[in-house]
Design a protein around this ligand. Structure first.
Ligand SMILES: Nc1nc2c(ncn2[C@@H]2O[C@H](COP(=O)(O)OP(=O)(O)OP(=O)(O)O)[C@@H](O)[C@H]2O)c(=O)[nH]1
Ligand SMILES: [Mg+2]
Length: 645
């Protein structure tokens, strides 16, 4: 069966509660004080199946002092019944509630002209005209306007038929997304413990689920779920539910919190949003203190207007009836997601002044008084009622990835900021890559332009390096990163190197070099290098010092120095303490020492004297070489001799 959540709206005493009662048989006014005073103070709930649809009614108070409670109820509704008493017609809270529904983008609704038994033809017609004028060019402009009387029952059948007809247009909600239930009521039930109610705006909740009450982070366990008074295994998005949280401390849970899937939402005190100021409100000033309403929560906060200041240095206000982009700074944390609609009321007196859509619940802490910040907001803006959600997610993701620049964006951060269902993350990222909006490096996403620019700068740096130092084997990886990408994400740098290596552009060894790089030695250097190498090779385990080797081969000292460094870098020569050996001499030595072991069994030992004699070298060479063998773990010193390992 389909579930549709219907909210009432309208001026005090216009018959909202009476209509809900006439339709469902349940009096939504449940508080003693409500019954005594004959007005609704807090939200009331009732439900009724009509046709194949289950209608859950959220009845709101009309009194101007309780608009705050009205706002806690209207957040999760699929359609609104705007209630206008035929004998009084449009009144202040008729307008305010209607504007709230418009700003919250309630998708559909209808109008009940109540107390039709108290109005004659003329009054009815007048009320009809006023209603039409109020809702012109809004989501209700073509909505049915049905005269009804809760007292006589006249018009109720027509009203039910209209309700079913309008509800057919209600779109389903995302059940595969993370669970989120803004709590609108908390109470304790004998034998059950703590129970919360609310409309599940996304995901599913089932018995035994472990959830979090956020903000605050209290862990709760679902002991049971009731939908319309009946126990069920679980509940899906779009339904109202009572969730039994068993032994959870009732004081730890309050209206305004959300029951959410652990880890799916970040708490935030700052969010970027679109904002529309009501036509009859005062201009909204930069820095204004406001009451922020979203879901079932009310928080105080301040509004900062995004965009450059005027030529006089003053930030222009957002005029009545106009729209803009704002950064909301809240005085306490909230659970917010991209696409959430919210309402702003003035701090004092608390009248509704504006509303809009959250476009980034975790904006980067960059300056907002710039043209770039305005442009960024434009890219993130979307209309949840009209835009294709997947397309809007992709656009936002591309903007956020661009925005992150070289720092790149972690996929978890992206997932939370664009509110994509966990099951869709891989697909969405695949599309971003395929369409050229993102490149993947490990767990982060980066703009392809960043990667291209980085690759180009790596090639340029290596080219320059090889030109200046033709004898160098290249640049060490960390040095290159530090020089070109110190603020960037390491994974992006690694990806750029891997791409260049895969394309055959660079070679990654000890150092990074252009693949095309060849050592170009002058004829003199070439000769010197060969002569030095020969000298050390021939000397075996008793090599000369550099000066001796150089003069023996007739090489000038600076050239000899350069070539020695080169040979060391190329690992043709190896430094052992203050001595330099040819690599082949050391390799041969190692092989022979290892051979000693196989010849003499496991307990092969060698002392300095035997070592000197065996390899025909003096103590000057023997001691550093034995220590070298210790370091290489071929031997271990035991007393005055060594064990061959
Ligand atoms: N004659 C007549 N009286 C009605 C009708 N509907 C409601 N009333 C009366 O109007 C008064 C207010 O009705 P409610 O349903 O409490 O009005 P409400 O809009 O819920 O008021 P709040 O919740 O306080 O904003 C009550 O005394 C009702 O009996 C109707 O169709 N005809
Ligand atoms: Mg009422």
């Amino acid at each position: 069966m389909r579930s549709v959540v219907v909210g009432t709206a309208g001026h005090i005493d216009h018959g909202k509660s009476a209509l809900v009662r006439a339709l469902t048989g349940t009096d939504p006014d449940r508080l003693k004080e409500e019954k005594a005073r004959g007005i609704t103070i807090d939200l009331g709930f009732a439900h009724q199946t009509i046709g194949d649809t289950n209608f859950a009614f959220v009845d709101v108070p009309g009194h101007e002092r309780f608009v705050k409670n009205m706002l806690a109820g209207v957040g999760g509704i699929d359609l609104v019944v705007l209630v206008v008493a035929a004998d009084e017609s449009v009144m202040p809270q008729t307008r305010e509630h209607f504007e709230i529904c418009r700003l919250l983008q309630v998708p559909a609704g209808l109008v009940a002209l109540t107390k039709s038994d108290l109005a004659d033809e003329d009054l009815l017609e007048f009320a009809q005209l006023e209603v039409k004028e109020l809702v012109a060019r809004s989501f209700l402009q073509d909505a049915p306007v049905i005269p009804v009387s809760a007292r006589t029952g006249a018009g109720l059948d027509d009203f039910r038929a209209a309700l079913v007809q309008v509800s057919a247009r209600v779109r389903g909600r995302l059940s595969n997304a993370a669970a989120r239930l803004p709590i609108d009521r908390v109470f304790s039930m004998k034998g059950f413990g703590t129970v919360v109610t609310g409309t599940l705006v996304s995901g599913r909740i089932a018995t035994d689920d472990e959830l979090i009450a956020a903000p605050g982070g209290t862990r709760v366990k679902v002991r049971g779920v009731q939908v319309h008074g009946r126990r069920q295994g679980g509940v899906a998005a779009g339904q109202r539910a009572a969730v039994n949280l068993g032994g959870t401390d009732i004081d730890a849970i309050a209206r305004g919190q959300n029951l959410v899937t652990p880890g799916a939402f970040d708490e935030t005190q700052i969010a970027d949003a679109t904002l529309q100021v009501l036509g009859d409100a005062k201009p909204l000033k930069h820095g204004a203190r406001v009451r922020f309403h979203q879901g079932t929560v009310e928080l105080l906060g301040r509004v900062a207007i995004i965009g450059p200041s005027g030529s006089d240095g003053v930030v222009p206000a957002i005029a009545a009836g106009a729209s803009g982009f704002v950064r909301l700074r809240l005085e306490a944390p909230a659970v917010l997601a991209r696409g959430d609609r919210y309402i702003l009321r003035a701090y004092s007196p608390p009248v509704t002044i504006a509303g809009g859509v959250i476009i980034d619940p975790q904006p980067p802490r960059t300056a907002i008084r710039t043209a770039a910040a305005l442009e960024r907001s434009r890219r993130l803006a979307f209309d949840p009622a009209a835009d294709d959600p997947v397309d809007a997610q992709r656009r936002a993701a591309a903007a956020m990835i661009d925005d992150a620049g070289a720092r790149a964006l972690h996929r978890t951060a992206l997932t939370r900021r664009i509110a994509v269902a966990p099951s869709d993350v891989a697909e969405r990222i695949g599309e971003l890559v395929a369409q050229g909006h993102a490149a993947v490096a490990d767990d982060v996403l980066v703009a392809p332009a960043i990667l291209r620019a980085l690759a180009a700068s790596i090639v340029a740096a290596l080219t320059e390096h090889h030109r200046k130092q033709p004898l160098s084997e290249g640049i060490p990886r960390e040095e290159l990163r530090e020089r070109l990408f110190s603020r960037g994400h390491a994974a992006v740098f690694d990806r750029a190197l891997a791409d260049l290596a895969a394309a055959g552009t660079i070679a990654i060894r000890d150092r990074i070099a252009l693949a095309s790089h060849r050592l170009e030695l002058s004829p003199e250097e070439d000769r010197a290098r060969a002569a030095l190498e020969r000298a050390y090779r021939d000397a075996g385990l008793a090599p000369p010092d550099l000066a001796t080797a150089a003069s023996g081969a007739g090489i000038a000292t600076p050239v000899a120095d350069r070539m020695l460094k080169l040979l060391l870098r190329q690992k043709v020569l190896v430094r052992v303490d203050v001595l330099v050996f040819h690599d082949t001499a050391l390799k041969q030595l190692k092989a022979e020492v290892t051979g000693l072991k196989s010849a003499a069994g496991a307990a092969a030992r060698i002392d300095v004297a035997t070592f000197k004699e065996r390899f025909g070298i003096s103590r000057k060479y023997a001691i550093p070489l034995l220590e070298y063998l210790d370091r290489e773990r071929l031997t271990r010193r035991v007393g005055d001799s060594r064990v061959v390992l």
